[in-house]
Design a protein around this ligand. Structure first.
Ligand code: 5GP
Length: 144
């Protein structure tokens, strides 16, 4: 089977180009991080590379190497800001692997003992809740 190609029409590419809104928590020349619109946990954050790639399978090794320290930096801030006890990292590849949006993204999911993740893509969060969580995470990043 031939490798699938990157399509610049995906929703995260539109967010990166500023064509769609997002509750941003972090941005530099390598990465962009923002609140998931249908969070599976309070504070569910997505980190994406600015490099155009579908997923883990096609990102260039050097782009992945640059991205991962940003994923770690945002993960620490998400855990701290949400006063979480733990954090789950998820990343899906291709439709059969559970991927829905075909621009590489890492899910950062704050976790608390006894609190299950909500099912994926079930409920849109209120914009003011997403804004409040983003504000807390930005503050944690600023104090890191
Ligand atoms: P995956 O591709 O890893 O299965 O998940 C895609 C994720 O993107 C889901 O968690 C979904 O809630 C999130 N998502 C889908 N559309 C949007 C959007 O327009 N804005 C934001 N912020 N998140 C989105």
């Amino acid at each position: 089977m031939s490798a699938a190609t990157y399509e610049g029409s995906n929703i995260f590419a539109k967010i990166l180009r500023g064509e769609m809104p997002a509750h941003k928590v972090f941005e530099d020349d390598i990465a962009f991080a923002f609140m998931d619109i249908m969070p599976r946990a309070d504070g569910h954050t997505l980190v994406i590379p600015k490099a155009p790639c579908r997923n883990l399978l096609d990102i260039r090794a050097e782009d992945l190497s640059a991205l991962m320290p940003r994923v770690q930096k945002v993960a620490r801030a998400v855990k701290q800001a949400m006063q979480a006890e733990g954090l789950t990292l998820q990343q899906f590849n291709e439709q059969a692997g559970g991927q829905v949006v075909f621009h590489l993204h890492f899910h950062l999911l704050p976790r608390w003992s006894g609190v299950s993740l909500r099912p994926p893509a079930t409920q849109m969060e209120k914009p003011d809740v997403l804004a409040a969580h983003a504000e807390k995470i930005r503050a944690a990043l600023a104090s890191a």
